[in-house]
Design a protein around this ligand. Structure first.
Ligand code: TYM
Length: 348
């Protein structure tokens, strides 16, 4: 791990030593699915005791695609409820909504003055989202700069994400280094924390594409809110490969390998053991059991989610407290940024 991670950031050198800080973000767009859960959220929950944690619901990022203003707030609340139901504990982690802390947009502008259009255009996400779209919004291009601001404001050392975010974390590192070289040591240079298992859960309908909130086909993903019957139906209909053997082989059997990975992650049963268990049994029995494993794992989360949904004021209060704590950290960092960049008035 980054050596600097074990100290406080450069701007807070006088503060007492603290645990390494972890930060991650998630967009309030569409239903949260088991790819988000296995690739990111579950790792955030599991690591809460080890780190100083900050989790951000990134509503400003969600504005980069067409959306309905009438339900963005509801989606922020729904996502917060999902994260709390999955095990994010406000006593151990700061949970807040990005737009509640104005420093994110302020720092994004400043970092944007250091980023080049060329490097932003090279981002895979930009390339995918702008493909064939002549009127692509500048927000899509600027998206990773705002993400860099999310991270750098808090001196976060480790960024637990799925594989698809790796390039954005690399850009964040480049911008932090560029800023430090230009204006003096200000930001911690973060490291991506991408677990090998679960970092890339694929679509149930096309194992060459990652499972995604924006896939128009809901059968491509299992959402954390899906009922047991919907989960069973989606697994039953999940595409499989030719042959009948339950074997992990990403090249020859990408669909079954994806299902095996999901089974393993939800059950903790090693993949070779699953292969032995289903030898000679065919896909039908394997899929039936897999559906039950997912249903069982999600049941307590769904129950907590129902409880939280019935108490929206509690969730709003947690988000308000989270924003207040985040704001205190972000404001101190921005003071330092304004100082070294020469913004504002001279002190006479
Ligand atoms: P988002 O909202 O698309 O996804 C949230 C997290 O889920 C992971 N993920 C997956 N992991 C495995 N398999 C999949 N199929 C899958 N789909 C999504 C993502 O890698 C991510 O960790 N740009 C970010 C949000 C963001 C952010 C940040 C992240 C904004 N600021 C600062 C980290 C730090 C995004 O769109 O995530």
């Amino acid at each position: 791990m980054n050596d600097v991670a074990t100290r406080t950031g450069p701007a807070g050198a006088e503060a007492p030593a603290r645990r390494p800080r972890v930060l991650s973000g998630i967009q309030p767009t569409g239903g949260i699915h088991i790819g988000n859960y296995l690739g990111a959220i579950r790792n955030w929950v599991r690591q809460q005791d080890q780190y100083d944690n900050i989790f951000c619901i990134v509503d400003l990022h969600a504005m980069t695609v067409p959306y309905d203003p009438a339900d963005l707030r509801a989606r922020n609340l729904e996502l917060a409820s999902v994260l709390l139901a999955a095990g994010i504990d406000p006593a151990r982690s700061i949970l807040f909504v990005q737009s509640e802390v104005h420093e994110h947009t302020e720092l994004a502008w400043i970092l944007g003055t250091l980023a080049t259009v060329g490097e932003l255009r090279r981002m895979t996400q930009f390339k995918e989202k702008s493909k064939g779209n002549e009127r692509v919004g500048a927000g899509i291009l600027f998206y990773p700069v705002l993400q860099a601001a999310d991270i750098l404001l808090y001196d976060a050392a480790q960024i637990p994400v799925g594989e698809d975010q790796k390039q954005h974390i690399e850009l964040t590192r480049d911008l932090a280094i560029r800023f430090n070289n230009t204006f003096g040591e200000t930001f911690v240079v973060p490291e991506p924390d991408i677990k090998e298992a679960g970092a890339r859960i694929m679509s149930l309908q096309d194992p060459t594409k990652k499972m995604s909130k924006s896939d128009p086909d809901p059968a491509s993903r299992i959402e954390l809110r899906d009922s047991p019957d919907v989960i069973r139906r989606k697994i039953r209909r999940a595409v499989t490969d030719s042959g009948a053997e339950v074997r992990y082989d990403e090249a020859e059997k990408p669909a079954i390998s994806n299902l095996l990975a999901i089974y393993h992650l939800f059950s903790d049963i090693p993949i070779p053991e699953l292969e032995r268990r289903y030898a000679g049994k065919g896909y039908g029995e394997f899929k039936r059991d897999l559906a039950e494993v997912i249903v069982e794992h999600l049941a307590p989360i769904q129950q907590r989610l129902d409880e939280l949904t019935a108490q929206p004021a509690d969730v709003v209060r947690i988000l308000q407290e989270g924003a207040a704590r985040a704001r205190a950290i972000a404001a101190a960092k921005m003071e330092r940024v304004r100082d070294v960049t020469g913004l504002g008035l001279p002190t006479l």
